[in-house]
Design a protein around this ligand. Sequence first.
Ligand code: ADP
Ligand code: ADP
Ligand code: ZN
Length: 224
Amino acid sequence: MAGLNVILLGPPGAGKGTQAERIRRDYGLAHISTGDMLRDAVAKGTELGAKAKGFMDAGDLVPDEVVIGIVVERLREPDTASGFLLDGFPRSLVQAGELDKALAAAGKQVTLALAITVPEDELVGRLTGRRLCRDCQKPYHTIFSPPRQEGVCDECGGDIYQRSDDSEETVRNRLAVYRAQTEPLIGYYRDGGVLAEIDGVGHPDEVYGRIRESLDRAQHQVGG
Ligand code: ADP
Ligand code: ADP
Ligand code: ZN
């Protein structure tokens, strides 16, 4: 059976991480989050982390040549053979083109690009209230989805923290960067015939119901 090779597109705060957790659980896809990989590199103080940190703090994109390399390498790992879920990549047309090339070289292609849409006013509130588990990266929100016990992850007991780039000022820049550099990917994947636009407003479970419909249809098409 061919795997589902899925891309999660959408502005910062659209709910990519929130939905990725559900998709991974139900569809067994390898979850690849470039944001998580880069934050891990920064925390460990690696060479990659040193290259990425300044861009991330400012809310700008890390240069394509830095990010593409880590994703192409990650896609060679065996857990991606039965399908993967890319969360936060690609974020530019150059990244999308390089991804297509790397997949084609392995006899693969993107099967579905899920673009989650949410109005900008709501994104700011979601991002400034976002909290994350330091250990498993599960997203929480101070108002919309607080953990059962304050400061403690429901899933793994890890410590909950706020990302330094979720300040209002940096959030505004990240949204502008999204519009300028990432939004054109919606047209790219529409032209490629793999786009599904998902209304990202409503309870996360309701949004996930919409995503499931698209995933099940795509799975049917690849013969799963
Ligand atoms: P992304 O990965 O796209 O940046 P996240 O999944 O981290 O987005 O979600 C951003 C914030 O919004 C988090 O605090 C999360 O708990 C919250 N959130 C996610 N989905 C919804 C939703 N459908 N309604 C309200 N808040 C949400
Ligand atoms: P969000 O939850 O807001 O969508 P991410 O966790 O995906 O944010 O990304 C955090 C930061 O990491 C971005 O602001 C950017 O600096 C960097 N980053 C993540 N993915 C990419 C990518 N594909 N290309 C360039 N920079 C990236
Ligand atoms: Zn956790």
